[in-house]
Design a protein around this ligand. Sequence first.
Ligand SMILES: Nc1ncnc2c1ncn2[C@@H]1O[C@H](COP(=O)(O)OP(=O)(O)OP(=O)(O)O)[C@@H](O)[C@H]1O
Ligand SMILES: [Mg+2]
Length: 278
Amino acid sequence: MKVDQQITHLKEASKEGREPKYLALTSGKGGVGKTLFSINISDLLAKQGKRVLIIDGDFGLSNIHLMLGIAPDKNLVNVIKGEMTLEEIVIKIKDNVSFISSGSGVRELANMPERQILSLISRIKEIAESDYDIVVFDTPPGIHEDTIAIVSAVDLPIVITTPEPTAVADAYALIKIANKQNGVKDFYVLVNKVSSREEGRKVYESLNILCHKFTEAKIHFMGSIRYNKNIIRNIVNQKPFNEDMVKELEVALGNLPIKYEMRQEGFWNKLISLLLRR
Ligand SMILES: Nc1ncnc2c1ncn2[C@@H]1O[C@H](COP(=O)(O)OP(=O)(O)OP(=O)(O)O)[C@@H](O)[C@H]1O
Ligand SMILES: [Mg+2]
């Protein structure tokens, strides 16, 4: 069995009778907001009492450590080399949020003997299943095989694009590959850096037309996030996030098939959520 099939097999085996647990933020094009949203989505879910594990798909490229304000000196490669246990490389970011840096580990998986791959994946799975409610993968830019494998294995692949035609083209390419190669059907699309919600909706619709015409994929609109120059990113220093962005992200999270309750469910929040969901 190939690695992709093994991962899918493990996923199927653990899937029965449970809530979606594995999310991946991906895009194709770089710099569209994968890391920013991985952190903020994790933060929002943690505030709901969910225990979240963030895994970066590729240390050098996803840049999540920079945004988290940490310089992890241990990663999956240490585990692969037998220098550390998996437990030892888990970094606690804050209450309910932990982080595993994969180093170039995901890429190195491809060169490992099958038995070793399976044993490592089973160990990650064990920790993920017993200690966490949600696992969020932040993937690096580019459409590499390992990124496609992660995107294809998770319960909820979240594709982020911006209105730029190149970003939309890359999002489409990624969806097409994951759909054609691995039969992934459902994707959740989040449009970032828009000037208005209408713009976000239009971007989604143009992507939807392409996917509908040329793939078997079904893409769901999660929502859009406006461009905001005041975005502050570092959760380690407990700096406030930009509230507007967080609200828009909450609405988008509400459109995922996971249990997510708005923080201050009240008339205005309900109204905003319903209006944005159109
Ligand atoms: N809605 C937004 N408004 C303003 N700035 C944004 C917005 N979303 C993201 N950014 C900024 O865009 C830059 C890229 O974001 P981020 O690093 O999250 O993208 P990425 O997709 O993870 O990039 P890479 O592909 O390189 O990993 C960051 O400086 C981030 O703060
Ligand atoms: Mg990134």
